[in-house]
Design a protein around this ligand. Structure first.
Ligand code: GLP
Length: 233
């Protein structure tokens, strides 16, 4: 696990973008993408650049259960706004929040992942150490499924909704095993509220109680943090 400390999120976005370009030059074809506030500057760098993503495939980490792709709070909408509208890829996959049969939808998504092994995965981290929506206690062997969000994640994500009651209680999420199968992983974390999670991920025991700690076992992980997120390292 390589840790790079940056001045701020803007510099972090640039560092992550340089890593992406390096992997694209080496032939990366499938991108694993994340939502949340953390990767926004990274997407801005891509949009402002002349990189051509039109022959690439992307697979997103997660999506809320019950939200349509047109819903402004959906991750499909986030991706369209922050990346796809400006830099369309050949195909971009996200779980369908409105799927009638969630178990089948999760199977479909795992099939997509089996057919499109991820070369370069972008990650943020939750305050409790979650990655994707793999909350504390999620199995390291897990694949895409419907998960119940913890009260702390619902509270943290409420800032994007009008009020906390509107935050969906469930989401589709790739599992830890899907994430670990990516060739390269770049995780970004900014701000003091991420410092405990970053410490546990980098220096703590590898435990399902802090899902991101499994990344210590991955051969190619770069962690990009600002001073505040790195404060406890
Ligand atoms: C959400 C997402 C994660 C994200 C995390 C942190 O719960 N499912 O993929 O990494 O929150 O979000 P933020 O980047 O806004 O701090």
């Amino acid at each position: 696990m390589k840790v790079i400390t940056v001045k701020d999120q803007v510099e972090g976005g640039k560092v992550a973008f340089e890593l992406l370009k390096e992997k694209l030059d080496q032939g990366a074809k499938v991108l694993g993408l994340a939502t949340g506030s953390t990767p926004i500057e990274f997407y801005k760098e891509i949009v402002a650049s002349d990189v051509d993503l039109s022959s690439l495939v992307s697979v997103n980490l997660d999506e809320y259960v019950g939200l349509s792709a047109d819903d402004e709070q959906s991750y499909a909408y986030f991706m369209k706004e922050n990346l796809f509208a400006e830099k369309p890829l050949k195909v971009s996959y996200l779980p369908n929040g409105l799927a009638e049969n969630p178990a089948e939808e999760a199977l479909r998504y795992n099939q997509i992942l089996a057919e499109n092994p991820i070369d370069f995965q972008i990650l943020g981290i939750g305050r409790n150490g979650h990655i994707g929506f793999n909350e504390p206690g999620a199995s390291f062997e897990g694949v895409t499924r419907v998960v119940d969000l913890t009260p702390s994640t619902i509270a943290a994500n409420a800032r994007f909704f009008q009020d906390e009651n509107q935050v969906p209680k469930q989401a589709y999420s790739m599992g830890i095993a899907n994430i670990m199968a990516s060739k390269t992983i770049v995780l970004m974390a900014y701000g003091a509220e991420k410092a405990d999670a970053v410490y546990g991920m980098v220096n703590g025991p590898v435990t399902e109680e802090l899902p991101a700690s499994i990344l210590q076992k991955h051969a190619d992980v770069v962690v990009i943090v600002d001073q505040a997120a790195a404060a406890k390292l």
